[in-house]
Design a protein around this ligand. Structure first.
Ligand SMILES: C[S@@+](CC[C@H](N)C(=O)[O-])C[C@H]1O[C@@H](n2cnc3c(N)ncnc32)[C@H](O)[C@@H]1O
Length: 274
């Protein structure tokens, strides 16, 4: 297994504890960033490894804190790496489940959930304000098909999702990690795709979008070369932006800078002998 999936380098985020305040008043000895290392009684989710996200100072607004307090127990999922989730139980139905990795503030997630109530969205990010924001949006919009996971998507995929459990995967504007020495942190790379493929049902669609053209080219190259995926585009290139994908916050910022946005739509091919 590669360093990206396993190497001991960086910590996973701290889990939310239901009922405990999410306002971060640093205790003596507690690290500067809430996503940083703390003593972890729960075990394996605290492993140190290369990660695809940046530690960020997390200023949680009163509204986001309120949403986290009220809604996390019912709609939140801590990525503790300790158990395989029953997705039917998590959502309370048998609808198809799409995993969205890195939803940011969650506006696009909420809009997509509202537009397609028969699809469940498991939305994962490490960013506490975004989690509170998405929970608040889901509450105000009356959405019952969104669940919010806190932690590293790699651990969610590797330890907590069953094989063939996902009907789709969305990765919209993942951190581009533009510096060469940081390219190893990019999420979309062969090892990640191999892991994701095991969790996706045959026919499930992986939808990526980015405004960073070198990363778009890398995505196209690694997805096209991967034996578990095939391009939905007959010409083997990027897809036209699908009408169902709303503008995301990061996309808007990229467009303001004159960046070109590329979408990629690849399908999980039927299983080969593993
Ligand atoms: C550049 S932002 C894009 C957010 C949103 N999709 C948008 O377009 O506005 C990337 C997000 O991915 C999250 N992220 C990156 N790697 C992740 C991982 N391994 N697990 C969970 N979230 C991750 C980051 O915390 C960040 O919020």
């Amino acid at each position: 297994m590669s360093d990206f999936l396993n190497a001991p380098e960086a910590p996973s985020p701290t889990p939310h504890t239901p009922g405990v305040s999410v306002r971060h008043t640093r205790a003596k000895g507690e690290p500067r960033f809430p996503d940083g290392p703390r003593a972890d009684p729960a075990g394996s989710h605290f492993e140190r490894r290369i990660r695809s996200f940046q530690p960020r100072r997390s200023r949680v607004t009163a509204g986001q804190a309120d949403a986290l307090q009220r809604l996390w127990p019912a709609w939140g999922l801590d990525i503790d790496g300790q158990r395989v989730i029953d997705l039917g139980e998590l959502f309370g139905n048998d609808s198809p489940v799409v995993l969205e990795i890195g939803f940011g503030m969650g506006e696009a997630t909420a809009r997509m959930a509202a537009a397609d109530p028969d699809t469940d969205i498991l939305a994962v990010d490490v960013h506490t304000p975004g989690q509170g924001n998405l929970l608040g949006l889901a509450d105000r919009m009356g959405l019952s098909n969104v669940r919010v996971a806190n932690g590293d998507a790699i651990i969610l995929l590797r330890e907590m999702l069953a094989p063939d459990s996902l009907d789709g995967l969305r990765v919209y504007f993942p951190d581009p990690w533009p510096k060469k020495r940081h390219h190893k942190r990019r999420l979309i790379q062969p090892e990640f795709l191999t892991l994701a493929a095991t969790r996706l049902k045959p026919g499930a669609v992986v939808h990526c979008a980015t405004d960073w053209e070198p990363y778009a080219e890398q995505m196209l190259q690694v997805l096209s070369a991967h034996p578990d995926f095939e391009n939905t585009q007959a010409d083997g290139g990027f897809a036209a932006r699908p009408a169902f994908r709303p503008l995301t916050r990061f996309e808007g910022q990229g467009l303001d800078k004159g960046h070109v946005v590329n979408d990629l739509l690849f399908r999980r091919v039927p299983h080969r002998d593993r």
